[in-house]
Design a protein around this ligand. Structure first.
Ligand code: FES
Ligand code: FES
Length: 228
């Protein structure tokens, strides 16, 4: 049962008011066409100017490996790479990503399915308990190691300070980042991300048209959830 403060606007027909465009930003009256490449696949979609990147990824593209952990831009669970830099995707508008490449945790594994060294190290070091923070923690660690291949404990703590974990006490996370750093230094390379699918790209004229409220079809090679 709704408290009175919620029941009143519903009884007053608030949904109909919205659908008639009194609040165009809430109803989709103003849409912007964007083209972003996510995990190697290009998507063309119409989005509202207010749509956050994290919601676009999850709700329109089906990239649910990227998690919403807070409403305050504090937790870092939603971290993705945008043009190679880690960003909290709940602090970025989808329109700001237009024309850019986005990498989510779902695109880290190699085309052959091999885990990224950071993913493997999180698995090996058991650097998670509930796992909710893990996608963002991994993406932040990937960015950290791209900038600093041999970080100290302090540098790892500083590099991951925007990502909160309520479960692990961080020790295993730090050990995992050290392990991943050593692996990357030893091998000299990280796996190539999943490649663009053959055939028409979603959202292009040759592709099957997607219903407005349906997620854009997700290519098979982008589906595996590599989070340990
Ligand atoms: S969901 Fe983005 S910082 Fe918490
Ligand atoms: S493992 Fe649960 S929040 Fe980090």
């Amino acid at each position: 049962m709704f408290p009175a403060c919620y029941a009143e606007p519903l009884a007053a027909g608030r949904p109909e008011d919205l659908s008639e465009g009194r609040f165009p930003l809430l109803t989709g009256g103003m849409m912007t066409r964007i083209s972003i490449t996510v995990d190697g696949v290009r998507y063309d979609d119409d989005v509202q100017p207010r749509t956050l990147l994290v919601h676009h990824l999850r709700e329109q593209l089906g990239k649910v490996g990227t998690v919403v952990g807070c409403d305050t831009s504090n937790c870092g669970s939603c971290t993705v790479l945008m043009a190679g830099e880690s960003v909290k995707s709940c602090t970025v508008l989808a329109v700001q990503a237009d024309g850019l490449e986005i990498t989510t945790v779902e695109g880290l594994a190699g085309a052959s399915g091999d885990l990224h060294p950071v993913q493997q190290a999180f698995h090996d070091r058991h650097a998670l308990q509930c796992g909710f923070c893990t996608p963002g923690m991994i993406m932040a660690a990937v960015d950290l190691l791209a900038e600093n291949p041999d970080p100290t404990d302090a540098e790892i703590r500083e590099g991951l300070e925007g990502n909160l974990c309520r479960c692990t006490g961080y020790q295993n996370i730090i050990r995992a980042v050290h392990d991943a750093a050593a692996t990357i230094r030893a091998t000299g390379a990280t796996p190539e991300p999943a490649s663009v699918a053959d055939g028409p790209m979603p959202g292009t004229p040759d592709a099957e048209p997607a219903a407005e409220s349906e997620p854009t079809p997700v290519p098979a090679e982008a589906v595996p959830r590599p989070v340990p």
